[in-house]
Unconditional design. Structure first.
Length: 236
């Protein structure tokens, strides 16, 4: 299997400008790779830097040093040094992300929120909406809610719309930040099935999952983020 994502010697420090410029080291020396069809789960206590690693892969945070190489279609892009336009193109063609919270344009129907990534990628709107409908059905969002904006939904319903939006595209790399945190057992099982299907299709997945049963079901490798805390790296 080909390697889709490779992190090498990645470090991140935040500067607290409102507290005298104090520097807060988050992670140092992060190194792992994920192949097509594999799922790597980032594990560790709250505050260890798991979400920061996902955001560096997605290009929301810039790392201080190291490389984050995403390979797709014969190309290799180092997110750590890529131009903003390259990162935007990478998100359109190769890099999906399911955050902990749904961010959607107000007053846009849920079905169109889910279909939007496909429409942006050039898929005909009717086909995009059909795929969105299939995912909303699988995630137990009642059809009567599809024409409504997700802002009117419960927290669990919003998260399922968020998951549907992230899974609707066939991108080679998918990042999941606590996708099952607010879901009941039935919908957690649906997400496990969706991840398994993505893996079978060759998608590489990086996930943060605190639910032990979900982690066991989807993980091919577990990356212990605590070993990349600056104190641990200095003491190694």
């Amino acid at each position: 299997m080909s390697t889709v994502l490779e992190l090498a010697a990645v470090s991140k420090t935040f500067r607290m400008h409102l507290q005298g410029g104090i520097r807060l080291p988050v992670v140092a020396g992060v190194a792992f790779d994920v192949k097509a069809g594999e799922c790597a789960v980032l594990a560790g206590p709250s505050g260890a830097g798991k979400s920061s690693i996902l955001k560096m892969i997605f290009g929301t945070y810039r790392c201080d040093s190291g490389s984050i190489v995403v390979r797709h279609g014969g190309d290799a892009v180092d997110v750590a040094t890529a131009e903003p336009r390259q990162i935007l193109e990478l998100r359109r063609t190769a890099l999906g992300y399911v955050s902990q919270f749904l961010r959607a344009v107000p007053r846009v129907a849920a079905i169109d929120v889910v279909a939007e990534p496909l429409v942006i990628a050039g898929v005909v709107r009717t086909e995009a909406r059909q795929k969105a409908a299939e995912l909303l059905s699988r995630l137990n969002i009642p059809e009567r809610l599809w024409p409504l904006p997700p802002a009117t939904f419960s927290g669990g319903e919003q998260q399922r719309v968020n998951i549907a939006r992230g899974f609707v595209s066939g991108l080679p790399l998918l990042l999941l930040d606590e996708p099952t945190a607010s879901l009941d057992a039935g919908n957690r099982a649906v997400v496990v099935d969706l991840v398994s299907e993505k893996k079978r299709s060759g998608t590489a997945v990086v996930a943060i999952v605190h639910d032990e049963d979900v982690r066991t079901a989807i993980a091919d490798t577990v990356v212990e983020v605590a070993r990349f805390t600056p104190a641990a790296v200095e003491g190694s």
